[in-house]
Design a protein around this ligand. Structure first.
Ligand code: BGC
Length: 246
């Protein structure tokens, strides 16, 4: 069974059709720049262009970098405020003339990693954390997702965690990997103390450079890079579309 998965990020809107049984993309990924400002109108139009690129007319799954409940956006830490309280699923569906399932970006990446990647077959509490523009989280218990956990906004030493330890903070300030790893380590220490996970999976663009910082992380919990890298959000979005309408 195939669904189109679309991953809305701060810099790009990416999509591909996915064979949800294997997690494989069935056509090459297509990416457009995220419009700036990322208003609901502009993003919806770009999302529809990605759908149009594939000539896709069936159901789609779409990720969003904020809290999503029943298709409605409830937070927008790193995108235009106008998204809050909008029925994104309704809007996307109307724009493409087909059902759209919308879910949090980290949740989508986690669903894919647990099905096909680093979290496959791992029992107990598994936590995927994405380090990018912000910090996203996806919490699983025996493979079942607890959606919208938002652990990137835990308060650590008096700061919103992602304002100190997101990958964007290192890039924007030219911070050394060592210094950034110390910040990530401190954040993970807090997460570990609160959730006692069996495994932490590190996702987001920075997972491609895991060798630069994972060896510097000192927490006790096993911690591994994500395996699906750039494709996890697309694959998880497609899987969510199937779960919503098999
Ligand atoms: C948002 C989350 C999102 C994460 C990664 C955070 O700022 O609050 O919903 O998953 O960024 O994009």
């Amino acid at each position: 069974m195939e669904r189109l998965g679309i991953d809305i990020g701060g810099s790009g809107i990416k999509g591909a059709p996915v064979d949800v049984a294997s997690g494989a993309l069935t056509a090459e990924r297509f990416r457009l720049e995220t419009p700036q400002p990322a208003t609901p109108e502009a993003v919806t139009e770009t999302m529809a262009e990605v759908v149009g690129h594939f000539g896709w007319t069936g159901p789609v799954g779409v990720t969003f970098p904020g809290i999503v409940r029943s298709g409605v956006i409830h937070s927008a830490a790193n995108v235009d405020e106008a998204w809050v309280d909008l029925d994104a699923a309704g809007r996307f569906g109307a724009a493409i003339g087909a059902p759209a399932t919308v879910l949090n970006d980290a949740d989508a990446a986690g669903i894919a990693e647990v099905a096909f990647g680093a979290g496959k077959g791992v029992a107990g509490v598994v936590l995927l954390l994405t380090f990018g523009t912000g910090i996203g989280s996806a919490l699983f218990v025996d493979g079942r997702l607890v959606p919208n956990t938002e652990l990137g906004h835990l308060e650590v030493d008096g700061h919103d965690a992602e304002s100190r330890a997101a990958a964007s903070v290192r890039e924007e300030t030219d911070m050394s990997w060592k210094k950034w790893a110390e910040r990530v380590d401190r954040y993970l220490e807090v997460v570990e103390a609160l959730f006692s996970p069996a495994l932490i999976i590190v996702g987001g663009g920075v997972s491609k450079k895991a060798d630069k910082f994972l060896p510097l992380i000192e927490i006790d919990t096993p911690i591994v890079p994500a395996q699906l890298l750039n494709e996890a959000g697309i694959v998880g979005a497609a899987m969510a579309a199937v779960a919503a309408a098999p």
